[in-house]
Design a protein around this ligand. Structure first.
Ligand code: ADP
Ligand code: MG
Length: 592
């Protein structure tokens, strides 16, 4: 008799682990996850996974239920980034699956390990398109959006399926994996001992990957030849948890460095070699750029254009685990393919005592520029404008994080994102989590919840009012699990700004404008959390201090000037409108 022959939905009593010598799909899946060190599941219950969550909780896993699958998925993706283990999200079939899929694609795009386990409807009916409950060929739909996708049809294959999912998520460049679980699988039974023997504990899913000695020697030669070198640290370097080695390498080389958004804090933003406040200068003037776990994608202007100075003026060195990343945008003179820890260690071993740090002309020039810009900024942060602008509010939040450097900063929005990233220093690794490579809005609450759950650290979530709207209902989740999260909604009454007008003269508000003076703080109060309405930097500072020290779920509605903020934040140039405006301008010049 095969396990599938015995497919049956078992009642709760017969699946009680104490009274069975049979096991079932539910318990095999839970046992397989536990065997591989999974401790937390982020999910939204419903058919066919409701009991899976109940049993998982009964078996000692932490099961967090969200109000929307997208937030559960974003939490799992963030958990992957923070822990270097796949975050697990569980969804119901078709609509729930599709809601979770955005997060799976986001994890894959960010190179973070995550597994989306989704229930699905009856295969035979789905495949003949006979109109099943929530009918959808989920496996086919998931495949192009993730690193790997598998379906398990037999209880005896659950061990293999979970092992494949974990290894696929973690090995090489990490990413999202889809695991399709037809409802019927969960109800299959099989002999308990055989079931236990079918499970696989994955050994060494992300093996160390060393670069060859020739590649290391080449890189040392290029780096030593540079007159104005620059390091760019990316979130791959933060993910790698090679913190001490990366720090030692940066300090040994003596190169100024720029941290990408989520690599902030890998070395403290206040480190003497940190060039963030001289970003334009170093990108333009550097002659050699050493990328460590960072891609030359749109976030770095593909390594070309005005911000990068004279075309052809740069030589690139790059560490990446993914061989195909090399040369994807610019020629890489010295590629180091391997994991960050192994590559940095190999470089440190190869750098002799005769290593020459770059000249004081370069590093001194950079630090003078940094000091000047930091001073200029700090006077802007001390303003007491009424209503508050972003600088006034963020000056207060910058101090809060400096006072409590273990706090994790979750951040999303347009201006609320760009300004926070450049103003609020991060002092320790993996203490900042945001919208990632896609610039997704709505990741804030999932990120904040995962950060609190996975690390136990307090979380400060700085949210644009628009971004918060995508995931705001998760304040109930935060209150339900009593998580130490303080949300600050930068409320300027709209998307980008709150003062746009309807140019037709009609009574509808402009497309980017929200209800003016909304009281987001009352949403938090509705679920028993603490709400604060803050109109001055002093009120904001006091409320944040109280929230972070008490650990009580708090939402602060920070009233920001509706005129503060610019269209699309720092990426206005990506708006097609800016291209149209440029063409019109050129046409005018041509006609004149
Ligand atoms: P950022 O947006 O911060 O610049 P990216 O997401 O563009 O960072 O780049 C991260 C890079 O890091 C990816 O190309 C990925 O392949 C790489 N990466 C991820 N984990 C590791 C690791 N352990 N070792 C080396 N490279 C890694
Ligand atoms: Mg806004």
């Amino acid at each position: 008799m095969t396990p599938s022959d015995t497919a049956a939905t078992l009642d709760a009593e017969s699946t009680d682990p104490a009274s069975r010598d049979l096991t079932d799909g539910f318990h095999l899946l839970i046992d397989a996850l536990k065997l591989n060190g999974v401790e937390t599941i982020y999910n939204v219950p419903g058919i066919p996974i409701t009991d899976l969550g109940r049993y998982a909780q009964a078996e000692g896993l932490r099961v967090l239920s969200f109000r929307h699958e997208q937030s559960a998925g974003y939490a799992a993706a963030a958990a992957g980034f923070l822990t270097k283990k796949p975050g697990i999200c569980m969804t119901v079939s078709a609509p729930g699956f599709l809601n979770g899929l955005t997060a799976l694609a986001h994890a894959t795009t960010n190179c973070w390990p995550m597994i989306l386990i989704s229930g699905s409807s009856e295969r035979e009916v789905v495949d003949l398109q006979q109109g099943d409950y929530e009918e959808m060929d989920q496996l086919a739909i998931a495949r192009p959006h993730c690193k790997a996708a598998y379906r398990i049809l037999h209880a005896r294959d659950i061990g293999v399926g979970v092992a494949r999912a974990i290894r696929s998520a973690l090995t090489g460049r990490p990413g999202g994996v889809y695991l399709d679980i037809p409802g019927a699988l969960l109800g299959q039974v099989m002999d308990e001992a055989e079931g236990a023997a079918s499970l696989i504990k994955v050994v060494d899913p992300a093996p160390a990957h060393f670069p060859g000695p020739d590649a290391v020697a080449r890189a040392v030669e290029v780096l030593q030849g540079a007159k104005k070198p620059l390091i760019i640290l990316g979130k791959g370097a933060a993910y790698a948890q090679a913190d001490e080695t990366v720090k030692r390498l940066v300090e040994t080389l003596g190169f100024p460095y720029l941290p990408m958004s989520m690599a902030k804090g890998l070395l403290p933003d206040t480190h003497p070699l940190c060039a963030s406040a001289a970003r334009s200068m170093v990108l333009k003037e550097a002659d050699c750029v050493f990328l460590i776990g960072a891609r030359l994608n749109w976030l770095l202007g593909h390594g070309k254009g005005k911000q990068w100075g004279e075309p052809g003026s740069k030589t690139f060195v790059q560490i990446d685990i993914e061989p195909k990343e090399i040369d994807s945008n610019q020629p890489i003179a010295a590629p180091l393919v391997g994991d960050i820890e192994s590559c940095c260690t190999a470089l440190l071993d190869a750098i002799g005592d005769d290593w020459q740090k770059p000249s004081e002309d370069w590093t001194g020039g950079v630090s003078t520029k940094v000091k000047g810009n930091v001073e200029k900024m700090s006077s802007q942060l001390r303003n007491n404008s009424n209503p508050m602008n972003y600088y006034a509010a963020l000056g207060v939040l910058k101090k809060a994080i400096a006072d409590r450097p273990d706090t994790i900063l979750a951040n999303e929005g347009a201006n609320a994102l760009d300004m926070t990233r450049s103003i609020v220093d991060i002092h320790k690794p993996r203490k900042r989590i945001d919208v990632g490579t896609w610039g997704i809005m709505g990741v804030g609450m999932g990120n904040a919840i995962a950060a609190a759950v996975e690390t136990g650290c307090p979380v400060l979530a700085v949210e644009g009012d628009s971004a918060f709207g995508f995931c705001g209902m998760e304040v109930e989740t935060i209150c339900r699990y009593n998580l130490p999260i303080c949300i600050v909604v930068m409320n300027n009454n709209g998307i980008y700004r709150g003062d746009d007008v309807n140019k037709s003269g009609g009574s509808d508000p402009a497309p980017t404008v929200f209800v003016p003076d909304a009281r987001y703080d009352r949403m938090m109060e509705a679920f028993g959390g603490h709400g604060v309405h803050a109109t001055t930097p002093d009120e904001l500072g006091r409320a944040v201090e109280e929230a972070l020290s008490s650990g009580r779920p708090t939402l602060i509605n920070a009233v920001i000037d509706p005129k503060a903020g610019k269209e699309s934040g720092n990426i206005g140039s990506l708006n097609p409108q800016s291209v149209v405006a440029k063409m019109r301008e050129q046409a005018k010049i041509g006609a004149a």
